[in-house]
Design a protein around this ligand. Structure first.
Ligand SMILES: Nc1ncnc2c1ncn2[C@@H]1O[C@H](COP(=O)(O)OP(=O)(O)O)[C@@H](O)[C@H]1O
Ligand SMILES: [Mg+2]
Length: 355
């Protein structure tokens, strides 16, 4: 049996996925074994204040059943001090989605504190959060993707909208480079719609990605590991809206998920291998959900994006994919903690400063 660990769960955060993260935290606290983990739940408010919640014992006593979100409530704590503990080894679980959580910022702080944490490090987190740079990197590794153009807001004044639609259209998707949860993403099939879509995206990030709209199924694969990743079975999203929008993800609930996806054995092998290759290329560590488009007939699997901190409630795609692969929710937490410790040890062993 593993040594008891102080598991510091960071939740909430300053992104659009603040509330999702609070629900996830509630479930993780209910599912993590109290024998294995002394849990310290640290909430981050929408304004970026850090507080230590005192609800942990009550939640552990009732188990993981109640679906309520965990409140960001309690005494203020200094972010630089949350990882110190006198007796137990510490592992941090940053259950944070989007900018200021999944993008390498929190990961950099944890590296400075020299503490093991679950998930991808600074480079992979920043790379996967930035859709423009992620695409550039994936392309250099020969990973198939839809056609795209990267724009900076300063390029917009001189942009030839007609030419862009001719190049990537008739339908394009416009996205802020640094967001998630479909926030700021829109579909455009005319010059007017493209203008509006670019303006919306520019309100979220100075870097914008314009992508060829593909007519495709949406297939997702979970990966676990460090230098080498292993893949879950594949799942499928059937959007309720005309695309998988923010409302579809969190409000209407009309999108359906199919686990496993209805794929041929050859397609399933292919997408699982591609998920590992893409994740390893973009320096994913610990866990990720790798999202694809399946264009059939056509080019087959095209990488859409890699989420380094995927939705993690028990009904989210990532845990469902692993459940179907034979890894239960509590086991998943154990695996992630073990991977965090392993990666920290590897980093420590290869960090000679040359002095
Ligand atoms: N190039 C595209 N072609 C067709 N649909 C797309 C394209 N890009 C995005 N979408 C749709 O928009 C959704 C959100 O886009 P995505 O790039 O995954 O953003 P997010 O990071 O916010 O999840 C996708 O799940 C898909 O339904
Ligand atoms: Mg997505």
């Amino acid at each position: 049996m593993q040594e008891r660990v102080r598991l510091v769960v960071l939740f909430g955060g300053q992104s659009a996925e603040h509330d999702v993260s609070r629900v996830t935290a509630r479930h993780v606290l209910g599912a993590a074994s109290p024998e294995r983990y002394a849990i310290d739940a640290i909430g981050i408010s929408r304004d970026g204040d850090w507080v230590r919640t005192d609800a942990v014992a009550a939640i552990q006593a009732t188990g993981g059943d109640a679906p309520q979100a965990l409140e960001v409530q309690g005494d203020s704590v200094d972010p630089s001090l949350v990882t110190t503990d006198g007796e137990l080894p510490v592992v941090v679980l940053p259950l944070l989605h989007g900018p200021m959580g999944e993008d390498g910022t929190v990961q950099g702080m944890l590296d400075l504190a020299d503490v093991p944490y679950v998930g991808t490090g600074v480079l992979g987190s920043a790379l996967c959060m930035d859709k423009a740079m992620a695409k550039q990197a994936a392309a250099s590794f020969g990973i198939p993707q839809a056609a795209w153009r990267t724009l900076h807001v300063e390029d917009l004044v001189s942009l030839d909208h007609d030419a862009l639609l001719r190049e990537l259209g008739p339908v394009v998707f416009v996205k802020p480079a640094n967001m998630g949860s479909s926030v700021g993403v829109s579909r455009a099939d005319s010059v007017t719609a493209l203008h509006e879509a670019l303006e919306l995206a520019a309100s979220y990030d100075e870097w914008i990605v314009v992508e060829e709209g593909v007519d495709a199924r949406e297939i997702e694969v979970g990966v676990l590991g460090n230098r080498r990743l292993e893949a879950s079975v594949a799942g499928e999203i059937v959007p309720g809206d005309d695309f998988y929008s923010y409302d579809d993800k969190y409000h209407d609930g009309v999108a359906e998920t199919l686990v496993p996806a209805d794929l041929t054995p050859a397609q399933s092998d292919e997408v699982r291998a591609l998920a590992c290759r893409a994740g390893e290329a973009l320096r994913v560590q610990g866990l990720a959900r790798v999202d694809f488009f399946l264009e059939e007939p056509g080019r087959g699997f095209l990488l859409n994006e890699i989420n380094t901190m995927p939705g993690f409630t028990p009904i989210s795609m990532f845990p469902k994919l692993w459940e179907a692969t034979g890894v239960s929710y509590p086991e998943l937490i154990d695996r992630l903690v073990a991977l965090a410790v392993e990666r920290h040890a590897t980093r420590t062993a290869h960090r000679s400063t040359g002095r």
